[in-house]
Design a protein around this ligand. Structure first.
Ligand SMILES: Cc1ncc(COP(=O)(O)O)c(C=O)c1O
Length: 399
């Protein structure tokens, strides 16, 4: 009966794959190379406990009201400071705190996408963003990524052709230029410059998802937002990967007109207590020191994973070497990684099959995403050993 009441747009969206399909149920003992979660030991549980105690002693019931507290209001300043470190200078009215980067992406989709709107994405891309956009439109242009990020020359060719043929130019490009999910790749400076120029030339916006931007192993790439002179870039960020995902604190920065519209639809659907807790934590944390620990830890874990891949995977298997973030993108030629997953799970290791990161899932058959963030170094080696075993067996049975 509910069918007659549900809106046509929602009914159409419900025909897509359900959200979170990539999150396979894992057997108890499984080594989780699938989870893009922070290292448990680096989630600052005790410091957050202190932050909560300090907050409630100082502000009592205030952070628990709808309106939030003076401490929560400080969060914007703290985010502005973090952005400043990356060369992004924004005014208070150009910044909206959201419930994670995902709420920011959803709000952006809501204010920018009409049914007929064309959205440009890089391929492969973050599956949750893909799911969000698919709730609003079916019209996508997908531009492939190589080891240097989005292939901007191909993008330009597509744009030029669409213009020539009188086809719609995408309203925005969604990109993760820095330590991308799932490929771990980073867009070169030249390509960054190019894509910002293309946005001007063809008149579209860029949604820059920078969820991993602070987790660099060496060089800190310049965000697109720091190159943006025309207010074309909406920069989305998150503290999930560097503090704690359960607090779900993210943000979006951009021109005031956009922030005004985003805020309008966000209404007061934020979390004043989580915001105040995060603000209190940031107030008493040496964040640069914390970042250095995170960067060193993830770099160490990444290199353990890469060495294990060299050691335990057959020679025909290839991968991109990341310069930061959480992920390594692996290609196993001739192997359907969705089918292989059953064997991997029964051996005791998980990964995410590549297909979930593609609009056309067939394109992702031979790929898989490994995460070095969650498992510890010993588990990473064991996990890759297990993966090596199932891949080798698969190849022997199906030469
Ligand atoms: C590229 C990207 N953007 C956004 C998010 C989600 O961030 P948040 O937890 O702030 O919603 C993730 C988390 O996996 C991600 O990989």
């Amino acid at each position: 009966m509910s069918d007659e009441f549900i809106s046509e747009n929602i009914k159409a969206a419900l025909k897509n794959d359900p959200p979170g399909e990539w999150m396979t149920e894992l057997p108890g003992e499984c080594i989780r190379l699938s989870s893009g979660y922070p290292t448990p030991a680096l989630v600052p549980a005790m410091q957050l406990k202190e932050a909560v105690i300090g907050l409630l002693e100082e502000e009592q019931d205030l952070p628990l009201h709808y309106l939030g507290s003076p401490r929560a209001l400080k969060l914007k300043e703290q985010i502005q400071k973090r952005l400043g470190e990356r060369g992004i200078r924004v005014l208070e009215e150009e910044l909206l705190v959201t419930s994670g980067a995902c709420q920011a992406i959803d709000l952006i989709a809501r204010i920018l996408i009409d049914e007929e709107t064309v959205v440009a994405i890089e391929t492969p891309t973050y599956m949750e963003a893909l799911e969000i956009f698919q709730n609003y439109t079916e019209r996508f242009i997908s531009i492939p990524i190589d080891e240097h990020g989005l292939q901007t020359n191909l993008f330009e060719e597509v744009l030029a052709e669409r213009k020539r043929k009188g086809l719609a130019i995408p309203r925005f490009l969604y990109t993760i230029p820095t330590f991308q999910n799932p490929t771990g790749t980073t867009m070169t400076e030249e390509r960054r410059q190019h894509v910002v120029e293309l946005a001007t030339k063809y008149n579209f916006l860029i949604v820059e998802d920078d969820a991993y931007g602070e987790l660099s192993f060496n060089k800190r790439p310049i965000p697109l937002k720091a190159m943006d002179k025309e207010g074309r870039v909406l920069h989305v960020g998150s503290l999930s990967k560097v503090v704690a995902p359960g607090l779900r604190i993210g943000w979006v920065t951009g021109a005031t007109e956009f922030i005004h519209a985003l805020d309008w639809f966000k209404k007061d659907l934020g979390h004043p207590f989580a915001e105040a807790t995060m603000a209190s934590f940031l107030e008493y944390t040496d964040f640069e020191k914390r970042l250095k620990i995170l960067q060193d830890t993830y770099q160490g874990k990444c290199s353990v994973l890469l060495s294990a891949l060299e050691q335990y995977l057959p020679e025909s298997v290839s991968w991109y070497v990341p310069e930061g973030g959480y992920f390594v993108w692996v290609r196993i030629k001739g192997v359907d990684t969705s089918q292989l997953l059953t064997q991997a799970l029964s051996e005791g290791v998980s990964y995410v099959p590549g297909k979930y990161f593609f609009l056309d899932q067939k394109e992702g058959t031979e790929f898989l995403r490994l995460s070095f963030s969650y498992a510890d170094e010993k588990e990473i080696v064991e996990g890759i050993q297990k993966l090596g075993k199932v891949v080798t067996k698969w190849m022997e049975l199906r030469p």
